[in-house]
Design a protein around this ligand. Structure first.
Ligand SMILES: [Cu+2]
Length: 485
């Protein structure tokens, strides 16, 4: 039996009519005509991030992360967003091939949903995999405050890597102003292996509802959460000996690369951004840049209690650990964990072999060179080919074209680049071709002249945002459009 916990997963309310029965309850029902209907309400709220530590947050249906949505591949879903915030908002369905008008980018695919108003999203759930949904309005504020949640699309065909039990774990960085600032991980190398860490931001000033801001106007992250809670408030994950356990790791952080490890166990990477590999890749720890996902599996063969945690300096102390407890070992004492990745085999893009799951191209090949720059001398200007959105040059494509994009990163921070509306293959990293391309929708381009080559079939028509997923970099202009006519 597959179970999930920790997220207050959506319950099907049989024949239900009451959509907001409970403050934390998401309502979901089968509507007439076989379209599943889901109601989400975005609202400002006080969130207890750790015992006694309350912060101002924004949440879907009263919880951080918002309710996990689980759909069957090919299923039609109608999601009614009610905006109970005091400012506009939208929802983006990250990694889902939605019609352009459902993509949730204000000013491009829809008008922002004003306070008190509703907007109805409707689309077919495809492709299968670990997706997520989040606000796309002023993400440097709204995403940072908790407007995100898992969106799991179960494959219509048998899963290539079935499990006995699974959990979705959403990682996030918070600027609460209540803890010690953590070193940044913005300069993580491609594949998100983490870097030396930005120098500690020294001078701090109050940054309003978005939390504490550093001297350069960047948030100062001091708390790390798993499913909205910092340890010891993280909810322990129960497993049973002999089970094959699947963890769907989702990094909802604005600026932080996490390197996830399970004490006492090795992890097998099975999916990149939700897309299955040919075969699992066994590693000790998994780096995840902002917006990246990895599904990992492990065999529950060492009864006891173990920490799942982040190896980045300071992150466990800032809350990023959760206990995995074998049934019958509830009183076991977990080994304490330590930072660092010395001697560990880390997941990297070139270890995986992807499957051919993207639609084949039918048109010509088109090449694009995108040079990523900015952030010089602490500036908040971020550019693509020396231009800031909306002045960046769009990628002009026709449906069926094979688009090949080469990123070169001339800046001092890594950029997790995300394409809306369709996934892509990662062909090469830092000049080295991957043995077999992996499929993703977000790829981390290493700082200091890192490069990545991706390729996709322009199969989904529309104007698609194509941008760095660090909201401060987006805000600074690192956005272009893939225009598919
Ligand atoms: Cu960036």
């Amino acid at each position: 039996m597959t179970r999930r916990a920790g997220l207050g997963a959506l319950a099907l309310t049989a024949g239900g009519g009451a959509f907001f029965a409970g403050q934390a309850g998401a309502a979901q029902r089968e509507a007439v005509g076989g379209v599943r209907e889901i109601h989400l309400e975005a609202r400002e709220m006080i969130w207890e991030i750790a015992p006694g530590k309350q912060i101002k947050a924004m949440a879907y249906n009263g919880q951080v992360p918002g309710p996990e949505i689980r759909l069957k591949e090919g299923e039609r879903v109608r999601i009614i967003l009610k905006n109970a915030l005091s400012e506009p908002t939208t929802i983006h369905w990250h990694g889902v091939d939605v019609p352009n008008s459902m993509d949730g980018v204000p000013g491009i695919t829809q008008k922002a949903v004003l306070p008190g108003k509703t907007f109805t999203y409707e689309f077919e759930a495809t492709p299968a995999g670990t997706r997520w949904y989040h606000t796309h309005f002023q993400e440097h504020k709204q995403l940072d405050l908790g407007l995100y949640a898992p969106l799991i699309i179960e494959p219509a065909r048998p899963d290539p890597f079935p499990s006995d039990r699974e959990y979705s774990l959403v990682l996030d960085d918070w600027a609460t102003g209540t803890g010690r600032p953590l070193p940044g991980t913005g300069e993580g190398r491609a594949g998100g292996r983490g870097g030396m860490g930005r120098m500690m931001e020294g001078m701090m000033g109050r940054g309003g509802m978005g939390g504490m801001m550093g001297a350069g106007g960047e948030p100062v992250y001091d708390t790390m959460t798993i499913n909205g809670k910092a340890y010891p408030a993280t909810q322990p994950l129960k497993i049973r000996k002999g089970e094959r356990v699947r963890l769907r790791l989702i990094n909802a952080s604005a600026d932080t690369t996490h390197v996830i490890r399970l004490a006492g166990h090795r992890l097998k990477v099975t999916h990149t951004d939700g897309n299955p590999l040919m075969q699992p890749v066994e590693v000790d720890a998994v780096p995840l840049a902002p917006a990246e996902r990895c599904d990992v599996a492990f065999l529950a063969d060492r009864p006891g209690a173990w920490f799942l945690y982040c190896t980045q300096p300071g992150h466990t102390g800032a809350g990023e650990q959760v206990l995995i407890v074998y049934e019958g070992h509830e009183g076991a004492r977990p080994e304490p964990v330590s930072d660092g990745i010395d001697g560990l085999r880390l997941w990297r893009y070139n270890l995986g072999q992807g499957r051919e799951i993207l639609p084949p191209p039918s048109g010509p090949e088109r090449f694009f060179d995108l040079t990523l720059s900015g952030g010089m001398m602490g500036s908040d200007v971020w550019t693509i080919n020396d231009k800031r959105y909306p002045n960046t040059d769009p990628l002009s494509l026709r449906k069926g074209d094979r688009a090949r994009v080469r990123f070169r990163n001339m800046s001092m921070e890594a950029h997790p680049m995300h394409l809306h509306g369709q996934s892509f293959k990662v062909l090469a990293v830092n000049g080295q071709r991957l043995p077999a391309a992996i499929v993703k929708d977000t790829v981390d381009v290493e700082a200091h002249m890192g490069s990545v080559v991706i390729e996709f079939t322009a199969h989904n028509p529309g104007d698609w945002f194509f941008h760095c997923h660090k909201p401060m970099h987006m805000e600074g202009g690192m956005i272009t459009l893939a225009k598919i006519g």
